[in-house]
Design a protein around this ligand. Structure first.
Ligand code: GLC
Length: 760
């Protein structure tokens, strides 16, 4: 075994292979084996290496590399075992061989079954990259982005290949729209992360094939993975988001309610009607989405002229009424010789090509369409320039769809020529980062031309896309099973870095019911992206569609959401520092509690709120598990000691919601939309008899906060209630702060001269 060291990087080789081990931080170590693939990572930007103390111990049979957090041992055969600082095992190579499942099928039977439409799983035997790790009896898995199924991924297999499949997404689905090859494990209660940075099609088998091992395989590319440590799950998520980036602070109004349907956008008149109804019915709402029909023949960056007199004036009018307009954009560019975007793209050679050099054509909404080659910087810059068209009209962001990329005329062949930066590459390599690159281009265009924090929503993503875009989980359906899946799906997205996510409330496909719509809104009311969206041809699911009492309950929850916008925004401020999601599984906050490691039907909001939605038809009470601590029923104030399950009554209008005792929450005034300029008064509510809270304030829209233009407030409620301005960069502090506690109401007035809050 040969060994070479250069500062924090190590090369270890034997007669058959060579691996490179790079220590980036005490908790992050990269393991790399060259399989001839070139090009940079799409997930990781910039140099993440920080100077780290590393101890090396070398014997004939073993090399041990130790940081303050991780011990990595390499044997003569270059097997790698990773331990925590106490030398307890986290990740260990499995020394045996894979034994693929015996599916008891011969090739003739396979052919027949497939003819009827059955899908027979692949045994992954052809993969060039294979990593097999030992699986302990007590080991759970989380992460992997938007995959279907349950919170704990153990016992299932998944593929990373961005896929648009409108069939109902159930737990046998191995792939959806996003590829986030980041796995979090808890082995005997000890957390670790494994991030496989390879954009080719890849696969995880998490103990389905065999309960003694789990494996990762990829069809091609290098073996390039990161082991990630941390003293608890939260630290693992923080370290992973340090590596691949965090969701940047959003504009504050993006946390408001959003109304959508394919396709109000057919006409200005229809959009206006929706806006009017929202206001007439006293429903807070900030954004109305325009689906594909606002475009002229589904041509990106155009606006139909027949049903819109003047899009800019219309968007301005909506803005005055408190609504922002979010248009959809699809990457497939209509093949139309008279369409300037197509003409320019052809002239400059911006579209992906067949191996023979001709432009590749498939079919999406506009009919025959071509695909921008987003892996090239000049193509991204061109796309960003086109985004200016929408910024000039005054839209509030861009909703990127169909960017897996979707194709109606069969899948794009693997060998279609895509670019990877300046190098020629293939669809096989660039497929999973296609949406990522489109989102990055969109983000940059919005930032450059609007100067505001970009609001991008995307369907397809790769690890790291969280830096550029919010995500939604695509075309779910109005099914109770999909409402149930929302909780683990959002929680795993959050643990995979995607703190800003949401589902189509009410369900996109199929017909919703009044009960399903209400329960969906209740379950989703804390998801950062709060949007009701439905497909053409389904029954209406706007809040008023089912009359009373649906409307009234819907309104009640939207009002609750609007009281808590500042709370969610504060959570985003914290997230930019820690990478921790807003909506979280209980296991993230209580990793030592075995009962929550596989809990699928409760979640937490930040550190304070516990939410236990009803997700089954007809149910009007449910068991709620409360972890250790003292909990208050948010609605009644009743107190419960945790570490036990309680039975809670939950009629249709009740979302079981608990708050940890002695918590302070900001409590915004009622409003029908979020106006970041309204910054005169803020109220804080105490739940319990004392508490502390850090509140963040800035202008809620641009990048001035990066130059210190923000305020931090420290609120303490005890015998001696105080409001302290601990950081003072933003020049519009609240004139008045109100504290509401059991002892009544106290008002504090800002004293301009002394820059402090004084009891009124
Ligand atoms: C896709 C999207 C959906 C959208 C539809 C039409 O199915 O996922 O949200 O409404 O396309 O644009």
């Amino acid at each position: 075994m040969e060994f070479k060291q250069e500062r924090q990087t190590f090369w270890v080789s034997n007669s058959s292979k060579k691996i490179k081990i790079s220590v980036l931080t005490p908790e992050i170590i990269r393991i790399f084996e060259d399989h001839g693939e070139t090009g940079n990572s799409y997930a990781i930007e910039g140099n993440k290496e920080i100077k780290t103390k590393v101890e090396v111990e070398q014997s004939k049979k073993q090399i041990i590399i130790r940081t303050a957090a991780l011990h990595l041992k390499v044997d003569e055969d270059l097997h790698i075992d990773v331990f925590n600082e106490k030398d307890q095992p986290l990740i260990q190579d499995y020394l045996g061989k894979r034994i693929p499942l015996d599916r008891e099928i011969n090739s003739e039977q396979k052919k027949l079954a497939e003819e009827e439409g059955h899908q027979i799983a692949s045994d992954q035997k052809g993969s060039q990259i294979l990593v097999i790790k030992k699986l302990a009896q007590d080991e759970q898995f989380y992460g992997l982005g938007d995959k279907t199924g349950f919170l704990n991924k153990r016992g299932y297999e998944y593929d990373n290949w961005n896929t648009d499949n409108p069939e109902p997404h159930v737990e046998s689905f191995t792939k959806l729209y996003k590829s986030i090859p980041f796995l979090i494990g808890m082995k005997n209660g000890l957390p670790y992360g494994l991030f496989f940075d390879n954009s080719y099609k890849s696969h995880f088998d998490l103990g389905k094939e065999n309960s003694n091992y789990y494996f990762y395989s990829a069809v091609q590319g290098n073996l390039d993975y990161y082991v990630i440590g941390g003293k608890d799950l939260k630290e693992v998520v923080s370290n992973y988001t340090y590596l691949t980036g965090r969701v940047p602070l959003p504009q504050k109004w993006t946390l408001g309610y959003q109304q959508s349907r394919w396709s109000y956008s057919v006409s200005q008149k229809e959009v206006q009607q929706i806006a009017d109804k929202l206001r007439e019915n006293d429903l807070p709402c900030d954004v109305i989405h325009l689906d594909i029909d606002y475009m002229d023949g589904y041509r990106a960056f155009t606006w139909r002229k027949d049903n819109y007199q003047d899009p800019k004036k219309f968007v301005q009018k909506m803005r005055k009424e408190g609504f922002r307009i979010m248009p959809i954009i699809d990457p497939g560019v209509k093949l139309d010789k008279n369409y300037p975007i197509y003409q320019e793209g052809i002239k400059k050679g911006y579209f992906v090509k067949n191996p023979d050099g001709s432009v590749y054509v498939n079919k999406v909404w506009p009919g025959d369409a071509v695909y921008p080659d987003f892996g090239r910087k000049e193509v991204r810059d061109w796309w960003a320039k086109n985004v200016k068209y929408l910024v000039d009209i005054g839209t509030c962001g861009v909703w990127n769809d169909m960017n897996e990329p979707a194709s109606f005329n069969g899948a794009l062949p693997d060998d279609i020529a895509f670019s990877d930066g300046k190098q020629r590459s293939t669809h096989a390599k660039m497929h999973n980062v296609y949406g990522h690159n489109m989102d990055k281009a969109t983000y940059e265009g919005l930032k450059k031309y609007s100067g505001k924090r970009p609001y991008v929503i995307t369907r397809a993503a790769y690890a790291g896309t969280q830096k550029y875009s919010t995500v939604w989980t695509g075309d779910n359906q109005s099914l109770w099973g999909h409402l149930q899946m929302l909780i683990p799906q959002m929680c795993n997205l959050g643990m995979s870095g995607f703190a800003f996510a949401g589902t189509d409330i009410g369900g996109f496909g199929a017909d919703t019911t009044s009960e399903l719509l209400i329960r969906w809104l209740e379950a989703a009311i804390f998801s950062p992206l709060l949007r009701n969206h439905a497909s053409v041809g389904t029954r209406a699911q706007e809040p008023w569609s089912f009359g009373q009492p649906t409307l009234e309950i819907y309104r009640k929850y939207l009002k609750l959401r609007y009281h808590l916008i500042s709370y969610l925004y504060d959570n985003f401020y914290q997230e930019t520092k820690t990478g921790l999601p807003i909506m979280r599984p209980l296991v993230l906050n209580f990793p030592k509690d075995r009962k929550v490691r596989t809990l699928n039907d409760e979640f937490m909001v930040g550190d304070d709120l516990l939410v236990a939605p009803v997700v089954t038809e007809g149910q009007t009470e449910r068991a709620v598990y409360l972890p250790k601590g003292d909990w208050l029923d948010f609605w009644t104030g009743s107190e419960y000691a945790g570490n036990t399950s309680i039975l809670v009554k939950a009629g249709l209008d009740k979302l079981p919601l608990f708050i940890e005792k002695n918590t302070i929450l900001p409590w915004d005034e009622s409003s029908n939309h979020i106006d970041p300029k309204k910054n005169d008064v803020i109220t804080f509510r105490l739940f319990g008899d004392h508490g502390n809270y850090i509140h963040y304030q800035d202008d809620g829209e641009d990048f001035a906060y990066q130059n210190g233009q923000f305020n931090l407030y420290k609120i303490t409620i005890s015998q001696k209630n105080t409001v302290e301005l601990t950081n003072f960069g933003y020049n519009c502090p609240y004139k008045k702060v109100v504290l509401l506690s059991e002892n009544g109401r106290q008002e504090f007035i800002f004293d301009q001269r002394d820059k402090i809050y004084k009891l009124a």
